[in-house]
Design a protein around this ligand. Structure first.
Ligand SMILES: [Zn+2]
Length: 372
């Protein structure tokens, strides 16, 4: 079995990633120059339009018999996957000493990609599309034109594997120590009983192989999403239809509000995932998937310890709510919880001894003044 050199690939990413795409706020306009300047390794087609008439494209590369379908930013404000995707595109055009890896994937797989499935949500920096629809919960009703396109493509490609790329919130953590869940994965269930079908095991194998590799760059910071069955979720339904669907959630690392680290980890995860999918003998044991610790919600942006609130000693935890303001993302500090937060972790932990608040409103006002 051929192995990737994770250190050298990380180094490749540090040096050569797409440096014009560093910001979290990422719209169709910003990726268009990259789409029109593609190397002839890639085929580009316009496949349709969003609700507000923005273009949606498919980009195809590789000539292999295993078909893979990948889409990014189905939630408009989750751009880390798109940025990692353009790093991947750059990798195939200038792989340097990793040419064997690029050649292996191009020979074994044909990869169909939709970069930014939800361009209206990307523009408005919202999770939902312009109709207010969550595309990841629209798989049965298909009310959004973007969902319709996704399903038409699925039918046309009939992929063996899918990659569904998302960003997860800062609150997700991994035990022990409640460190950030810098990356999380899910092999979605196909029914309420979470049956281990052969297809689902295949999905688990891909994730297990990715986990082994990226544990080397973000040790202990990889989580596994709950596999509770969501009847209206895209991944669950695609998996049920026989397309092995890998959910990737790029998350937070301490102090890394641009998500540079999870972008690199997502890039590495995609490369290892494609390498593994292209490998003829798939040896890895699917049960290794279950060694990835479950995601928990024990991480906050800021914790203030030991303050007095309405006469009671209490901690409080703050999460930044991201908002688009004049084309820039601002982080608005908001109270997420009040109580005993001993069992939580945060980017910043502050001693609030001596702070005395009349009520929760008072806490909220103090927070806005102090951290804005
Ligand atoms: Zn999402």
């Amino acid at each position: 079995m051929i192995q990737i050199d994770i250190e050298k690939l990380s180094e490749w990413h540090d040096l050569h990633h797409e440096k014009k795409l560093e910001k979290r706020y990422l719209t169709l306009k910003q990726i268009q120059p990259f789409l029109s300047g593609l190397d002839n390794l890639f085929k580009l087609n316009k496949i349709g339009e969003s609700f507000e008439g923005r273009d949606i494209y498919e980009l195809i590369f590789g000539a292999g018999t295993t078909s893979v379908f990948l889409w990014t930013q189905m939630h408009g404000n989750e751009s880390t996957g798109t940025r990692a995707f353009f790093d991947l595109i750059k990798f195939f055009t200038e792989p340097g000493e990793h040419k064997w890896l690029a050649d292996h994937i191009l020979k074994e797989c044909t990869v169909y990609c939709i970069p930014i499935l939800n361009p209206d949500g990307a523009e408005a920096y919202t999770r939902v599309n312009a109709q207010g629809i969550d595309l990841n919960r629209d798989v049965l009703e298909v009310k959004a034109p973007e969902s319709k396109l996704l399903q038409e493509m699925l039918k046309k490609i009939n992929p063996q594997y899918c990659f569904n790329l998302h960003d997860q919130r800062t609150i997700f953590s991994v035990a022990p120590g409640h460190t950030t869940a810098t990356m999380s994965f899910l092999a979605p269930s196909v029914d309420q009983d979470r049956t281990l079908t052969e297809g689902r095991k295949e999905t688990m194998r891909v994730i297990a192989s990715i986990n082994e590799v990226i544990q080397q760059v973000i040790p202990g910071r990889i989580g596994r999403y709950t596999d509770e069955f969501y009847p209206t979720a895209t991944g669950d339904n695609f998996q049920k239809m026989g397309h092995n669907t890998i959910l990737i959630e790029s998350g937070h690392s301490k102090g890394d509000y641009k998500r540079k680290e999870s972008r690199r980890a997502t890039f590495l995860a995609l490369l290892e995932g494609l390498r593994y999918i292209g490998q003829k003998d798939k040896q890895i044991d699917h049960s290794k998937y279950f060694t990835i610790p479950g995601n928990e919600k024990k991480y906050l942006d800021i914790i203030v310890k030991n303050s007095m609130i309405a006469g009671k000693k209490s901690d409080f935890g703050i999460l930044y709510i991201e908002k688009l303001q004049d084309g820039v993302i601002v982080f608005d500090p908001s109270i997420d919880q009040i109580g005993d937060l001993t069992d939580f972790n945060a980017d910043k932990i502050i001693d609030g001894e001596g702070l005395d608040f009349v009520n929760e409103n008072d806490v909220e006002n103090w927070t806005k003044n102090r951290f804005n």
